[in-house]
Design a protein around this ligand. Structure first.
Ligand SMILES: Cc1cc2nc3c(=O)[nH]c(=O)nc-3n(C[C@H](O)[C@H](O)[C@H](O)COP(=O)(O)OP(=O)(O)OC[C@H]3O[C@@H](n4cnc5c(N)ncnc54)[C@H](O)[C@@H]3O)c2cc1C
Ligand code: SF4
Length: 562
């Protein structure tokens, strides 16, 4: 398959991923070039030729792979499009009540809202709709967007990124071309901007191959989201609730959100840290169990499930951030660990870092220099921006969380009064998967996967829920979930960890089935058609042998309205 003749095209700037980071960057780039050229014309300086800008997006339509809460800080969008509300920005409601509740088996307690969850004035949005709105603006400004095309490999010449190869279409499960085979095109770009979101597959290769890792490893949590249509009497426009559960809180920092949306819909989500000791930890199950608390049971009584999905959130923050540039390439948004996990807020950081990257691209286009020397201006801009100040303030959140409840309880007040420093600064953290304990290290009662009876009204199995994610993948193609050593799954992993992939995947992709060729043994079966592209397996697998790669362009979930 390597000898295939491929078509190629050349552009000036190539964005990978049509999320808020890339779309904001593309829009701002066009605006900034116009501003630059007006000033250059007045001063008699050379103008920048209008660049060719292309955005690749793996989902079939812009926004289809967008999953977020989402309660958005409007700071960045109002810098990008100052009259965004007049221009029909798809706000569901503006937050007029921000609550922080502790849920317990008998009810709930309203606590004083911690500073990171004071969200009055924030916009509750569907990121799917926001991406569509931003995509329209980018196209109107002259940006080309190719939905349905995944960036498969970085094209490298010497030490420099020169573009991206798109994924092949029409390959059968044995890797052979089918009648529908279309080789992926090579797109050569003066500069490639990776806005792939969390655990970007190209970004990860770039960071590893060019040694761009930050001082701490990245850490993550998995967010499971459901949209429900509820009784209009229970619907409260502008309500934004975050909360945790007691006594579960004693075992880890998992938490929930609830945001009301238009048409009597509510966005409910449950977030599970991916640094658990127990290999049986199951983000989907945690989300189901939380719905059995009295408040949620009452809220969802008689309600209709509309949508389901899951996606990881990068939590490491500033100290997990990779170097943001290399020759010919920039990293923006979640792919660059820009999410402020302390506030569960990444959209404004993605938009802002996209804008800062765009301003650097204007310099690069002006000088026709796309080397690290000029692209490094992005880091300088970032360091002088409010986005850096915000990230700096939250820099010790992830380490504080990882050190456990006692340390967190003592360190949080200290962090609040020391501008985010806390009792110590620059704390190291470990990658979440290293926290997983072998079954023999756990108390006997924790070794078994938890049994839970789904009632099919309020709580549902993974297999049922996947149907509400709109996910579709052609079955006859190589699995995009590449497991480097299947034998290890049947032997060492089965014995040591009891195959945690069956638990941590929120879409029932991994299943240990009887191995008919080796009686008494099980082997891994991968239902890749179910995958909702959350990236949990790539992150949480204790042996780090699962690699998430993009499937054929246009496949995956359909997060319409998410
Ligand atoms: C469960 C959850 C809840 C959240 N809640 C909130 C919230 O309430 N408020 C808030 O502000 N933030 C929230 N966030 C964070 C916020 O959604 C992200 O920080 C933000 O979306 C990051 O934007 P991005 O453009 O960097 O990446 P994304 O929004 O992830 O966009 C990346 C895009 O790139 C595409 N892509 C990836 N790889 C490829 C490839 N190889 N080829 C082509 N396309 C590719 C993807 O399909 C996707 O469309 C939440 C996140 C999650 C997961
Ligand atoms: S296979 Fe991996 S990326 Fe796909 S849904 Fe499961 S955990 Fe998420």
């Amino acid at each position: 398959m390597n000898e295939i003749e491929r078509e190629s095209m050349e552009v000036d700037v190539l964005f990978v991923g049509a999320g808020p980071a890339s779309l904001a960057s593309a829009i701002h780039l066009m605006n900034e070039i116009e501003n630059h050229n007006k000033a250059a014309e007045a001063a008699g300086r050379q103008l920048i030729e209008p660049p060719t800008i292309l955005v690749l997006e793996k989902s079939a339509e812009i926004g289809d792979h967008m999953l977020s809460g989402a309660c958005m800080n409007p700071k960045a969008i109002s810098e990008l499009v100052p009259d965004f509300q007049e221009q029909g920005f798809p706000t569901e409601y503006i937050c007029n009540y921000a609550g922080f509740w502790i849920f317990h088996p008998k009810g709930k307690i309203k606590l004083p809202v911690p500073p990171n969850f004071r969200k009055k004035g924030y916009h509750v949005v569907s990121l799917n709709k926001v991406a569509k709105w931003m995509g329209e603006r980018a196209e109107a400004a002259g940006v080309e967007i190719y939905p349905g095309f995944a960036g498969d490999k970085l094209l490298i010449e010497g030490n420099r990124v020169v573009g991206v190869r798109m994924g092949d279409m029409g390959v059968d499960k044995d890797g052979k071309p089918k009648g529908t085979f279309q080789p992926g095109m090579d797109i050569f770009a003066k500069v490639t901007v990776l806005g792939e979101g969390v655990r970007g597959s190209l970004a990860e290769r770039l960071i590893d191959d060019f040694d761009l890792r930050g001082q701490n490893p990245p850490t993550y949590e998995t967010g499971v989201k459901e949209i429900w249509r509820i009784d209009p009497k229970k619907h409260k426009p502008g309500r934004v609730v975050h909360g945790m559960q007691f006594p579960e809180i004693l075992n880890g920092f998992h938490g929930m959100w609830l945001y009301d949306m238009q048409d009597n819909l509510v966005s409910y989500g449950f977030v599970t840290l991916l640094e658990n000791e127990n290999p049986n930890c199951d983000p989907h199950l945690e989300a189901q169990k939380f719905k059995t608390t009295p408040f949620m049971r009452d809220l969802l009584d008689g309600a209709e499930l509309v949508k389901y999905g899951a996606k990881c959130i990068p939590t490491g923050g500033l100290y997990s951030q990779p170097k943001l540039y290399h020759d010919g390439v920039l990293l923006i948004g979640d792919a660059a660990s820009m999410c402020n996990a302390q506030n569960l807020s990444g959209i404004h950081m993605a938009i802002k870092t996209g804008m800062l990257a765009a301003e650097t691209l204007v310099d690069a286009l002006d000088k026709q220099d796309f080397s690290a020397k000029t692209l490094g201006g992005y880091t300088e801009r970032f360091r002088k921006s409010w986005a850096y100040n915000e990230h700096y303030q939250a820099r010790n959140f992830a380490p504080s969380v990882q050190k456990g409840m006692l340390f967190f309880g003592l360190n949080e007040p200290a962090r609040m009064i020391t501008g985010g420093r806390g009792m110590m600064d620059n704390m190291s953290i470990d990658a979440g998967h290293t926290h997983m304990k072998r079954l023999e290290e756990l108390p006997a009662k924790e070794r078994k996967k938890e049994e839970f009876d789904f009632d099919n009204k309020l709580t549902f199995s993974k297999e049922h829920m996947v149907g509400f994610s709109g996910t579709a993948h052609e079955a006859d193609q190589p699995s995009h979930l590449v497991v480097a050593d299947l034998d290890l799954c049947s032997t060492t992993c089965a014995e040591e960890y009891g195959n945690p992939c069956e638990s941590f995947c929120p879409a029932a992709v991994y299943e240990m089935v009887d191995d008919t060729e080796n009686p008494g043994r099980k082997k891994l079966f991968i239902h890749h058609e179910n995958c909702v592209h959350c990236k949990t397996c790539d992150i949480a697998d204790p042996y780090q042998i699962i690699t998430w790669t993009p499937p054929q362009g246009g496949e995956g979930p359909n997060y319409d309205g998410m």
